[in-house]
Ligand binder design. Structure first.
Ligand code: DX5
Ligand code: ZN
Length: 228
């Protein structure tokens, strides 16, 4: 087993006027990486921030924190180089936004970033499968992308289970409505990279929530390896 349990807070639910200190706070509370949600108002009905903000965040947090860029944008090709230059580590684009995923994967790698491939709830996992051998991470959305604080869609779990069975060492991320009450479903299905926004950021004790989420994933991984 080559993957491990990692928790990536989504800072979308934090006070956006304090993004730098919120990123630092999440890392101090034990986050394994930071999940940064970029929205363009076209692919999703909301706008957040772009590469200038990412560059400022990188300067603020230093070189170490891993930035997983969740690109909810209509033209992901446009932002590969600017995001790499701004200090992004992984570029996660949506399969729905491109007709040439292969080329985009190549461009992301050539820019020195890892590759994540995301699917919305309405996109089947079979559509992602042909690319699974070429990517570092598959993101199964568990809400319609666009907003934090939505209800977890449990009916996405078969996608995660199927991916885990087909690609045993792939990083599989879930995003949307994931917190202490829904983590067990994700962990049992086989997700190992856990995005959690409001459940972590709005908690009085983010450190405990992050630890709890990671423990749930690690225990499910151990159980799977014993069952094999
Ligand atoms: C939604 C974003 C998520 C969101 C998660 O489109 O991709 O990353 O911030 O927030 P919660 O965990 O509150 O659903
Ligand atoms: Zn996200």
């Amino acid at each position: 087993m080559s993957y491990s349990a990692k928790i990536g807070p989504s800072i979308l639910s934090s006070d956006l006027a304090c993004l730098g200190s919120e990123c630092v706070r999440m890392m101090e509370c034990g986050a394994d990486y930071l999940h940064l949600d970029v929205m363009d108002g076209h692919f999703v009905p909301n706008i957040t921030f772009g590469h200038p903000m990412v560059e400022c965040l990188r300067n603020c947090v230093g070189p170490d924190p891993f930035f997983d860029m969740h690109m909810m944008v209509s033209r992901p090709e446009q932002w590969v180089k600017p995001m790499a230059a701004a200090g992004a580590n992984q570029y996660t684009f949506h399969l729905e936004t491109t007709t040439n995923a292969g080329n985009l994967i190549k461009e992301i790698r050539e820019s020195g970033m890892k590759v994540g491939l995301a699917i919305k709830p309405g996109t089947t996992v079979e559509e992602l499968a042909p690319w699974a051998g070429q990517i570092d991470m598959a993101l199964v959305m568990t809400v319609e992308p666009g907003f934090g604080g939505q209800k977890f869609m449990e009916d996405m779990m078969p996608k995660v289970s199927w991916l885990r069975s087909q690609f045993p060492s792939l990083d599989i991320e879930v995003d949307g409505g994931v917190g202490p009450s829904t983590i067990h479903k994700c962990a049992e299905a086989g997700a190992n990279m856990i995005v959690s926004g409001s459940a972590v950021v709005s908690s009085d004790d983010p450190r405990s929530v992050i630890t709890m989420l990671r423990t749930a994933v690690s225990e499910a991984m151990q159980k799977r390896s014993l069952d094999r």
